[in-house]
Design a protein around this ligand. Structure first.
Ligand code: NAD
Length: 496
C-alpha cells in the first residue's frame, strides 16, 4: 500500500482507508464496531474512513507485541535509540508531506501543522538522547556490598491520543516507551487516524522490528479493552477530563500503571504594567492558535484593574486574523455548534461580544468559528468555567491580583496559567500561588519543551508525574535494584 500523502496545498484530497497495524502488516478489524468517515474539517467532506475495532483486535496486537518484546527487550538501549535517529531523518525529509496530512485530517493551517510535526521531532530527539541520560545508579552500600539500579521495560504498553495533535501527541509517548524496551500499541483518535499510519510506516522504514509498534483503530471499545487486557502493563492517555478520569479508574482497577492527561481551562492574568505589544500578540496567538483547540490555549483573560489599552490591542489584532490561511476550522459540526452555544449563552447572560466569530467562514461546508472575544464575563456564565475548546477568549474583570488568583484557583482544572507583567514581584507572587502545573511569565502557551516534562495538576491529569521528558522514561520503565557482593563481606551488618 502506498501511503505517501500527495497533497501540497489545501485542495481536497482523499486518502487510503484507516487500517490496524499489527505485527508489521496492515490488518482489517476483525471485531467490528461500525465504521466512521474521516472528515476534512475545512470542507466537511469525507477524505477516508475507519472501521472501529474491538477487544479481539486489541488481543491480536498484544500477542504481536509480546512476540516482538521477547527479543526487542534485549537490544542494547543505544541500538533501540538508533531507530529514532533514522526516524528523525525521515520525518525531517518528509516534513511537508506529514504536515499536509495533519492539516487535512485535523483542519489546522499548514504552518501550525508543520510546527506540530517539528514538535514531534523534538520529542524524538529526546528519545535519541536517552543513551546519554538513562544510566542507572550504583553505590557501595556496605564494605564489599554494592547496590545498583537499572531501568527495565514493562512489556507491552499502550497509548490513547486525542484529535487535536495527531502527529505530536503520539510522540509524547512512543520514543521513551520504545527506547525503554517496551512494545507499544497506539489507539489514535478515530477522528484523525491517518497520521499514525504514516508514523508506523516510517518506523518500519527506520528498522524497527515487526510487532514492536502496533496500531488498533477505533473508539471506546478499543480503549476499554486496552484498560482491561492483562497483557498490557501500562497505559498513557491524553484527552478530555471526563474520559481521562474514566480511563484512569478502569486501568488502575485492572492493576495497570496509568497516566491520563485531561482537559483544561487556562487563565492569563494581565496587570496594568504589562508590556502592551508583547501581551496583545501573545494573548491573540494563544487563544486563536489551532482554532483554540489546544489544551494549553488561553481561555480566560483575568483583567486586573485598568488594562483596556491592552484589551483594545488584542481585539484589533484578533479581528485581522484571516480564516482559512491564518486560522483553520474547528474539528466538527458538533464542535462549531458547541462553541457557538457558549457565545450565545454568555451574550444572553450579559457579556459583551467585542469580536464575533459566529457565522464567519472560509469555505462552504467547513466547520468555522472566527476569533471571538467576550467582555464582562461573570463567574455564573458557563464560558467562565467550562472548557469551550474553540477560539473564544472570555474576559473576567477583577480588582486585584488576590481576586485573580482566587478565580483561577477556584477552577477544577490545573493545566496552564500565565501572568503578563513587567514586575518580578508580581510574577513571583502568581507563580507561587497559582494552581496549575505549567505556568508562564509573559508566555501565552507555557509548554515545557524537551527535556522538561509535560503535565498539569488537579482535574487536568490523573496519575503520577509527567508524560514527556525524564518522567516519561520513568513511567514506561520499572527499576530493578541489584545488591551484590563477590567475596566475604568485610564488616558485619544485618546484610552479612
Ligand atoms: P476525547 O476525550 O473525546 O478523546 C480522547 C481519546 O479517548 C480518543 O482516542 C477517543 O477515541 C477516546 N475516547 C473517547 N470517549 C471515550 C470513552 N467514553 N471511553 C474510552 N475512550 C474514549 O478527547 P478529544 O476530543 O479527542 O480531544 C480534546 C480533549 O483533549 C480536550 O479536552 C483537550 O483539553 C484534551 N487534551 C489534553 C491534553 C493534555 O496534555 N492535558 C493534550 C491534548 C488534548
Amino acid at each position: 500500500m502506498e501511503l505517501n500523502f500527495p497533497a501540497t496545498g489545501y485542495d481536497f484530497t482523499t486518502y487510503v482507508p484507516a487500517l490496524n497495524w499489527v505485527g508489521g502488516s496492515w490488518a482489517e478489524a476483525t471485531d467490528k464496531h461500525g465504521e466512521l468517515e474521516i472528515i476534512n474539517p475545512r470542507y466537511g467532506k469525507a477524505m477516508s474512513r475507519v472501521v472501529m475495532s474491538g477487544a479481539a483486535d486489541v488481543d491480536a496486537a498484544v500477542r504481536a507485541g509480546e512476540k516482538a518484546f521477547a527479543t526487542w527487550k534485549d537490544w542494547p538501549l543505544r541500538e533501540r535509540a538508533h531507530i529514532f535517529y533514522r526516524l528523525r531523518e525521515l520525518m525531517v525529509k518528509n516534513i511537508d508531506e506529514l504536515a499536509w496530512l495533519v492539516s487535512h485530517e485535523n483542519g489546522k493551517v499548514f504552518s501550525e501543522a508543520k510546527a506540530e510535526v517539528e514538535k514531534g521531532i523534538e520529542c524524538i530527539e529526546y528519545g535519541c538522547s536517552l543513551p546519554n541520560l538513562a544510566s542507572g545508579n550504583q553505590l557501595e552500600v556496605s564494605r564489599g556490598v554494592a547496590c545498583e539500579v537499572t531501568y527495565e521495560p514493562l512489556g507491552v504498553v499502550a497509548g490513547v491520543t486525542p484529535f487535536n495533535f495527531p502527529c505530536m501527541v503520539p510522540f509524547w509517548m512512543i520514543p521513551q516507551a520504545l527506547v525503554g524496551g517496551n512494545a507499544f500499541i497506539l489507539k489514535p483518535s478515530e477522528q484523525v487516524p491517518l497520521s499514525s499510519m504514516r508514523i508506523a510506516e516510517m518506523l518500519k522504514m527506520s528498522g524497527l522490528p515487526d510487532g514492536v509498534f502496533n496500531i488498533v483503530q477505533g473508539g471506546r471499545e478499543v480503549v476499554e479493552a486496552l484498560c482491561d487486557h492483562p497483557g498490557i502493563k501500562a497505559l498513557g492517555f491524553v484527552g478530555s477530563t471526563k474520559v481521562a478520569k474514566l480511563v484512569y479508574g478502569r486501568a488502575c482497577t485492572s492493576g495497570k500503571r496509568a497516566l491520563c492527561l485531561g482537559g483544561a481551562k487556562n487563565h492569563l492574568i494581565v496587570v496594568p504594567d504589562a508590556d502592551m505589544n508583547l501581551t496583545a500578540e501573545n494573548v491573540m496567538a494563544s487563544f486563536t492558535g489551532c482554532a483554540g483547540q489546544r489544551c494549553m490555549a488561553a481561555s480566560v483573560l483575568l483583567a486586573v484593574g485598568e488594562v483596556d489599552h491592552i484589551i483594545d490591542e488584542v481585539v484589533k489584532r484578533s479581528a485581522k486574523m484571516k480564516l482559512g490561511t491564518e486560522m483553520g476550522p474547528v474539528t466538527s459540526r458538533e464542535a462549531a455548534e458547541r462553541i457557538t452555544r457558549y457565545i450565545d449563552q454568555a451574550e444572553k447572560m450579559g457579556a459583551k461580544v467585542l469580536i464575533d466569530g459566529r457565522g464567519q467562514r472560509a469555505t462552504d461546508g467547513g466547520y468555522w468559528v472566527g476569533p471571538t472575544v467576550l467582555d464582562g464575563v461573570t463567574m455564573d456564565m458557563p464560558a467562565s468555567a467550562e472548557e469551550i475548546f474553540g477560539p473564544v477568549l472570555s474576559i473576567v474583570r477583577v480588582p486585584n491580583i488576590d481576586r485573580a488568583l482566587e478565580v483561577e484557583n477556584s477552577n477544577p482544572y490545573g493545566n496552564a496559567a500565565s501572568v503578563y507583567t513587567t514586575s518580578g514581584d508580581v510574577a513571583r507572587r502568581v507563580m507561587d500561588n497559582v494552581e496549575a502545573g505549567m505556568c508562564g511569565v509573559n508566555v501565552g502557551v507555557p509548554v515545557p519543551r524537551e527535556p522538561f516534562g509535560f503535565g498539569g495538576w488537579n482535574d487536568s491529569a490523573f496519575g503520577q508525574g509527567n508524560l514527556t521528558g525524564w518522567d516519561g522514561y520513568r513511567f514506561w520503565t520499572r527499576q530493578r535494584k541489584i545488591t551484590s557482593k563477590w567475596s566475604l563481606q568485610k564488616d558485619a551488618t544485618w546484610m552479612s
